[in-house]
Design a protein around this ligand. Structure first.
Ligand code: RAM
Length: 942
């Protein structure tokens, strides 16, 4: 083992990450030597998981230089990429025929495998491109070429659209919901179809059909954007739906976010008052000829069974009015009317960057019962978002009514008062004559309980299926502990995310709100990025944020901005924009995405918006650099006991605003550095120092008291590093003391997400765990003990005495307080990002034990693959199992371990391979590792 020991000694001398070694010649040779020593025979190196932009094989993107990503698979420890080569062609075979290769990157020496921009000739509208990659590692191994992936370009220029906007002749300009229009057009297709695409969007929501079949599985399309500035179109591969001979295309149009009631003020028609569709079907035949079928005056329109369909209100469907076969050939549409052509703009069409909303899973009722008030109610067992698929048979004309609620009241009755004006009611009238299966079209409900009225015969669980829908963001994080209540909390966080990631990040999914509240998204984004793949999801929403940002930089409270200008309490008007912690999502979320995914381009694309928001804050703060006097939501819905009950919290909103101003300045300074904008970075660094000084002069006492001395005041000042070094321990001690004295948190939307992180960072791990594991009111586990299956909007949504918080604002599915998930992953399980090597290129594993837990296990799928950290104490031995993906490195802090007695896979750490360096730092052992699985253990001495 002499070579390895030399390596270890050398590496200990220069305690650095593997990534930085790769840059240095000396490091490279040492590493090469070590890795070869530890190399096993017959190990494969492969490049897999090919992605383009944010997805695998995306159909229709409009990014002109798409970024390509892959992962390395290797069973050898410490695998690092040393070079890659990409080639692109217009056919799957072409990638390996040099004459057909459109772009060959050549062999590029680089350890980057995440988001590398295509650098070949300009990409053409509608063209599919195939690509593959091969890689070399630092031991000289070369992988085979990967199996090809592909991406397809959308319609890149407005002139690519031959389609015209069309709409039903008499469904428009209404002030109340109307029957859903149906539109159809017959066309013939001759010859063998090589490929066919449908490009489609709408004003309102659409469902598209071809020859009687629903096209695609995306729901609530075209999604929600700032429609007047950016409108998404979807692309579908309809090759197999086109028949030789007669064909029919059909579409349904719902009010949706475009012109249905949206927002608590009850307004309709936010983006326009006419429903419309834009559709272009491009058929390419074997012989190369093409045929276009477009939305134009040849379409016919009618209404049918959907009498009403609205996001909040629900849907009313009369199956007796169905037009059987309407979207297939052979249907007689002579009593339908001609559509009208509309002059709507086409310049702002964009291809989606985020995944569509889709059905994700189905739930069956766990119980059907009669309430004390006599209602028949089904319990889905989970507060969910989506709809009920109804299965029913009975006499023609029978109407089944489904009402949806999140909770039952203290008496066990169906409770809908907290839904405010959102009726969430679905009515289905049977056509009779057999089993009927129905689900609503352009609406969704947030509910656990369904009150069923008029169901013919006996209602059994088979009659009601809960269809869970949300953006298809997958699942990238798992977390489990030895404490069942914390596991349920994690479950509730996940379900809060599912229910509120419905194309945009919403505050809640049930009452007459469901809006893209920026503050909620801002506090939850880091947790969201652990649980699911949200890079593209936020990239899309941030584009809308920038689009709706006012020219003076003010960022709306909600994005897309449907609140706009409103009347203020004094009768004047005020813009619904520019609040600390909410509008700072402009700066904070791009940075969160950069850290979690290494998404530098997103940061670059949002930079202008970030700067504009910071300048707005700067102007509001004026020369004094203290942002005071403006309307703020503050530490929204904090807990301070009934005496101080106000939604805006007990912490000075001026302090909060100034703290966020400083924090955004700090983020800008960092972002500018990443983007090589050195002048900006210097300017913001200097500004940050001045804002901090102003903050300290105004809000900080010499004895370390910050503002009113609330937990949130300390948390923000400490988390944002706004205090002089000397006062930090003092302020942290005051915070910890407050937590100990009260035994509970007092924080709201802004303080809560950062509370535990500040406590643990300053050594108050016991206090942090104490808050997390507290079961009494107020706490995270109190709702869990009350049977919650999602995160509540308020600490006291359901009070210990069994009564509810005020009905006007009491959601049981609000993810904001679920932001504690970030701490659970990054401190409890200890999986963290190194800001110097974002996107988990260099991973920090540093679990911190406590809370009486005997085990914690978490995993997260990073751009490089899966990372996991699992610790447990078994029979006096501490175990930490760590998995690091190939082409990433990690610094593992094994808590309370002595390097002299630390084992890895049963061997002393010094003789274990793949270990790059070991160092004792205080009570902990710090181990530098490359990729692979490591099992650290040591006997706990007492
Ligand atoms: C509520 C929303 C949201 C919050 C705003 C300030 O109505 O539900 O959660 O961000 O107010």
């Amino acid at each position: 083992m002499p070579l390895l020991n030399t390596c270890l000694r050398n590496e200990r001398r220069r305690y650095q990450s593997l990534a930085s070694y790769l840059l240095g010649v000396a490091g490279l040779s040492i590493l090469g030597g070590c890795a070869i020593q530890g190399r096993q025979s017959d190990t494969a190196l492969r490049a897999t998981e090919l992605r383009v932009e944010y997805r695998a094989n995306p159909l229709a993107i409009d990014v002109r230089s798409p970024r390509l990503s892959w992962q390395l698979q290797s069973i050898t420890r410490a695998t690092m990429q040393s070079a890659y080569q990409i080639r692109v062609s217009e056919s799957p075979e072409g990638v390996s025929r040099s004459a057909d290769v459109l772009w060959d990157s050549g062999r590029i020496s680089s350890d980057q495998s995440n988001q590398l921009a295509y650098g070949g000739p300009a990409l053409r509208s509608g063209q599919r491109y195939f690509w593959q990659v091969r890689v070399w590692d630092t031991t000289g191994r070369q992988s085979a070429w990967s199996s090809p992936g592909w991406w397809e370009m959308g319609l890149l220029a407005p002139s690519d659209w031959q389609a015209k906007w069309i709409g039903p002749p008499d469904a428009g300009t209404s002030s109340a919901p109307e029957a859903v229009p149906m539109m159809r057009r017959a066309f013939t297709s001759r010859g063998e179809v090589r490929r066919a695409r449908a490009y489609v969007t709408s004003h309102g929501l659409y469902q598209l059909f071809l020859n009687g079949q629903r096209v695609g599985d995306a729901e609530l399309t075209p999604g929600w954007t700032s429609y007047n500035k950016r409108l998404q179109y979807q692309t579908y591969d309809v090759t197999r739906l086109i028949r030789s001979g007669a064909n029919v295309a059909g579409a349904l149009l719902g009010d949706g976010w475009f012109r249905g009631v949206i927002g608590f003020a009850g307004h309709r028609n936010h983006y326009g008052d006419r429903l419309a569709m834009l559709l272009q079907i491009e058929i390419t035949y074997r012989d190369g000829t093409k045929r276009l079928v477009i939305s134009d005056q040849n379409w016919r329109a009618a209404t049918g069974p959907i009498l009403m369909s609205e996001i909040y209100a629900g849907e009313t469907y009369d199956a007796r009015q169905e037009k059987t076969g309407w979207s297939a050939p052979g249907y007689d549409d002579s009593d339908w009317k001609s559509v009208i052509r509309l002059d709507d703009p086409q310049e702002h069409l964009v291809a989606p960057v985020s995944p569509p909303v889709r059905k994700q899973e189905e739930l069956t009722p766990i119980r059907i019962f009669t309430t004390p008030a006599g209602q028949t109610v089904a319990d889905m067992g989970q507060n969910m978002v989506g709809w009920i698929r109804l299965k029913v048979s009975g006499p023609r004309g029978t109407t089944v009514t489904l009402r949806h609620a999140e909770v039952l009241d203290a008496q066990g009755n169906f409770y809908t008062d907290n839904l405010r004006t959102a009726a969430q009611t679905v009515r289905y009238t049977l056509k009779g004559g057999g089993v009927e299966i129905y689900q609503p079209h352009f609406t969704f409900q947030g509910f656990r309980y369904v009150a069923v009225e008029g169901y013919p015969g006996r209602l059994t669980p088979e009659g009601l299926t809960g269809v869970v829908v949300h953006s298809d963001i997958g699942r990238s994080g798992e977390l489990e502990t030895s404490n069942a209540l914390i596991n349920q909390l994690q479950h509730n966080i996940i379900w809060g995310q599912k229910g509120n990631f419905v194309d945009i990040p919403t505050d809640c999914p049930q009452r007459d709100e469901r809006l893209g509240w920026t503050g909620d998204a801002e506090v939850f984004a880091p947790t969201a990025a652990f649980n699911a793949d949200v890079d593209g999801f936020f990239a899309k929403w941030l584009q809308d944020l920038a689009a709706d940002q006012y020219s003076d930089g003010a960022v709306p409270y909600v994005v897309p901005d449907v609140i706009g200008v409103r009347t203020d309490p004094k009768g004047g008007t005020m813009r619904s924009a520019g609040a600390a912690g909410w509008s700072d999502s402009a700066t904070l979320i791009p940075w969160d995405m950069y850290l979690a995914y290494g998404d530098r381009r997103l940061l670059a694309d949002q930079y202008e918006s970030m700067v504009k928001w910071l300048e707005y804050e700067h102007r509001r703060a004026g020369d004094a650099l203290v942002w005071s006097g403006d309307f703020q939501f503050g530490d929204w819905l904090d807990f301070f006991g009934p005496a101080k009950h106000t939604n805006f919290g007990s912490t000075s909103t001026d302090m909060i605003a100034t703290a966020y101003f400083a924090h955004s300045t700090d983020i800008l300074q960092r972002a500018a550095l990443v983007l090589d904008k050195r002048d900006d970075a210097m300017r913001y660094a200097a500004l940050l120092e001045r804002v901090k000084a102003a903050f300290q002069a105004r809000f900080v006492q010499p004895d370390g008291v910050v503002a009113e001395g609330t937990q949130t005041a300390y948390v923000l000042a400490l988390d944002f590093d706004l205090l002089p070094e000397s006062l930090r321990p003092l302020a942290a001690a005051r915070l910890a003391q407050d937590v100990r004295e009260r035994g509970h948190l007092t924080t709201g939307f802004l303080g809560t997400p950062r509370l535990l992180a500040v406590l643990s960072r300053y050594g108050y791990l016991r206090e942090a765990y104490g808050l997390l594991t507290r079961e009494d009111f107020p706490s995270w586990l109190y709702p869990v003990k009350q049977g919650a299956t999602t995160i509540w909007e308020r600490w006291d949504g359901l009070k210990p005495d069994g009564t509810f918080e005020e009905q006007s604002m009491n959601s049981f599915n609000h993810y904001a307080y679920g932001a504690v998930g970030d701490w659970m992953y990054s401190v409890m399980a200890g999986i963290g990002v190194d800001p110097a090597a974002p996107g988990y290129k260099h991973i920090l594993i540093q679990p911190q034990l406590g809370g009486g837990l005997s085990s914690v296990s978490a995993s997260h799928i990073t751009p490089y693959g899966k990372v996991s950290s699992r610790w447990r104490v078994v029979a006096g031995t501490f175990h930490l199992t760590v998995q690091i993906p190939a082409n990433a490195t990690a610094t593992v802090r094994v808590p309370a371990a002595r390097t002299s007695t630390l084992l890895e896979s049963g061997k002393h750490i010094d003789v274990s391979n793949g270990i790059l360096a070991v160092q004792q730092v205080g009570p902990d052992a710090i181990v530098e590792v490359g990729s692979g699985q490591y099992e650290f253990s040591y006997l706990i001495s007492h």
